[in-house]
Design a protein around this ligand. Structure first.
Ligand code: NAP
Length: 309
């Protein structure tokens, strides 16, 4: 017998992600029947929001009650928790164990696979804050699925139940996929943090800086969506202003630290993007040379004095 079309769902771990997706699944008609968590009150609080759901004392009770079990504990706990679960041989083929990590391999769930359960990955590309706002914000996001056969089909239906688009990645592709996704999430925050840091010397605190920078970031994201990356690129590289790039590199080098190296590495990417335009700026090779010189200085650990004017 295969996994049922409308599997009974269970959750091990009642944290930020589980609190959102369990409720969205239930709203879409997928029964969530059992939840266990390290702290009993976490499981109680989530189960109380779901019709027909029980908070249970142990992860094993979730496995016994559900067809499709979401292991939604922190990544470091995935392997030990998965290894302790027992799957009944008489239910082989009808149960599945899935984790929601973007970085961890699905092979962490192999002990369940050896006992006849299907295993897979279900990674929502969304930063869960753990509050009710997540329920609506999840709409239109993507969920990356790594699974085979009926489990893949079931997980694609569940992604639809969350209002998300299903994406597939090949087996073994998880680490690269996750490393790259940082650029659209935490590294975007790191870019803002660099801007805020530099603006502090002009008298802005974080609130004042973000009030000015976030609308610009929102506009940039909108332009990328509407026009594509190369056309959305703005700033001195897109205009071919080599003189501005040279002066900004010199200014950042004079401040010490790695400000100039970060600016130069991102400018290297900007040069590549501008080069994809139908009519790239004529000054791109000159800008590329400035970038490589700055990176060579950074690799030597010290920037030579340069004229800021
Ligand atoms: N948060 C995100 O933005 C996000 C996005 C995509 C994917 N993910 C993935 O989703 C998974 C869960 O992340 P999260 O952010 O929801 O984590 P979280 O907020 O820290 O929640 C983890 C939950 O698991 C419980 N727990 C911890 N160790 C346990 C154990 N040994 N046995 C049973 N329960 C245990 C926690 O304890 P208590 O019972 O004490 O509360 C907590 O409720 C991770 O694999 C993560 O990579 C997260």
């Amino acid at each position: 017998m295969p996994l049922p079309d409308t599997p009974r769902l269970g959750f091990i771990g009642a944290g930020r992600l589980a609190r959102c997706i369990a409720r969205r699944f239930a709203r879409a008609g997928f029964p969530v029947v059992a939840i266990a968590s390290r702290t009993p009150s976490s499981a109680d609080a989530l189960a109380a929001q779901l019709d027909g759901c029980r908070a249970v004392a142990t992860p094993q009770q979730v496995v016994d009650a559900a067809d499709l079990i979401f292991l939604t504990v922190p990544d470091d706990d995935l392997a030990p928790v998965a290894a302790a679960l027992r799957f009944d041989a008489s239910r082989a083929g009808t149960q599945a164990l899935v984790h929601c990590s973007g970085a961890s391999g699905v092979d962490l769930l192999d002990p369940a696979k050896r006992q006849g359960a299907a295993t897979g990955g279900f990674h929502p590309l969304y930063l869960f804050g753990g509050d009710d706002a997540d329920l609506a914000r999840l709409d239109g996001c993507s969920v990356t699925i790594e699974a085979e056969g009926t489990l893949h089909a079931a997980l694609a239906r569940l992604a639809g139940a969350l209002g998300c688009h299903p994406l597939s990645i090949p087996a073994g592709g998880r680490m690269l996929y996750h490393a790259a996704a940082h650029y659209a999430a935490s590294f975007a925050i790191c870019g803002l943090a660099e801007a805020v840091d530099l603006w502090r010397s002009l008298g802005f605190d974080e609130d004042a800086a973000l009030r000015a920078l976030l609308p610009m970031l929102a506009g940039t994201v909108g332009a990328a969506r509407d026009k594509g990356l190369a056309s959305a690129l703005s700033g001195p590289v897109s205009r071919g202003d080599a003189g501005i790039v040279a002066r900004q590199l010199a200014l950042l080098e004079s401040r010490g630290g790695d400000h100039a190296a970060l600016y130069a590495l991102l400018t290297r990417r900007a040069v590549a993007l501008a080069g994809r335009r139908a009519a790239p700026p004529a000054a791109l090779p000159a800008i590329a040379e400035l970038v490589e010189t700055a990176l060579a200085h950074a690799a030597l650990g010290a920037a030579p004095p340069r004229d800021e004017a």
